[in-house]
Design a protein around this ligand. Structure first.
Ligand code: COA
Length: 157
């Protein structure tokens, strides 16, 4: 059994977070850590005993006033399907409650049914679909705009 702890993600962790995405993605996460210092988001790390992150994910309090929006959830590929994502979601929901809020929101790509099934098991209910887009970096370093249809889900905490 892995002994896991959840804490705030720190700048120094980013060098160990390549499992979560491209260098461009990690640059964007670094900017989110600046927002975390201003209190606009919580950014969490699930760490194994050596205090190295094996999963990360954020809660943004800006997009849906009165709710926390879970986003950028990523579990190390070698450790997926072991319950770590469930632990991360529970910790994120606790951060939302700690701010006196009672609703969690998230958005999942329609092409990611496994993640959606997990969120449904955890009590999230789909209520809308929206086209979303963001910059994506390929293995050769090139950056392209990625557009995708996402299901909006929410949960009363
Ligand atoms: C989506 C994601 C965050 C979920 O995290 P995870 O750690 O894999 O999720 P969990 O292990 O808690 O639950 C998922 C699965 O494990 C199973 N599971 C949960 N606890 C378990 C345990 N203790 N032992 C064995 N299996 C378990 C669940 O039944 C579920 O089954 P599935 O693999 O058939 O879907 C992760 O898979 C991930 O990073 N994926 C790539 C990026 C991504 O899609 N992010 C989400 C964007 S919205």
């Amino acid at each position: 059994m892995l002994e896991l702890a959840v804490r705030d993600l720190a700048d120094a962790d980013l060098a160990d977070c390549s499992f979560a995405g491209s260098p461009l993605h990690l640059e964007q996460v670094a900017k989110e850590l600046e927002r975390a210092r201003r209190g606009e988001v919580d950014y969490l790390a699930v760490c194994a005993k050596a205090d190295l992150p094996i999963a990360i994910g954020g809660v943004d309090y800006v997009p849906h006033p009165g709710a926390g929006s879970l986003w950028q959830l990523a579990v190390h590929p070698a450790l997926q399907s072991c319950g770590i994502g469930t632990l991360l979601v529970a910790a994120a929901e606790q951060r939302i409650r700690d701010r006196g809020l009672d609703r969690a929101e998230l958005s999942v790509e329609v092409t990611n049914p496994r993640a959606r099934a997990l969120y449904e098991r955890l009590g999230y209910v789909a209520y809308d679909e929206q086209l979303e887009s963001w910059d994506q970096q390929g293995p050769d370093g090139s950056i392209t705009r990625y557009e995708t249809l996402c299901t909006q889900m929410r949960k009363q905490l």
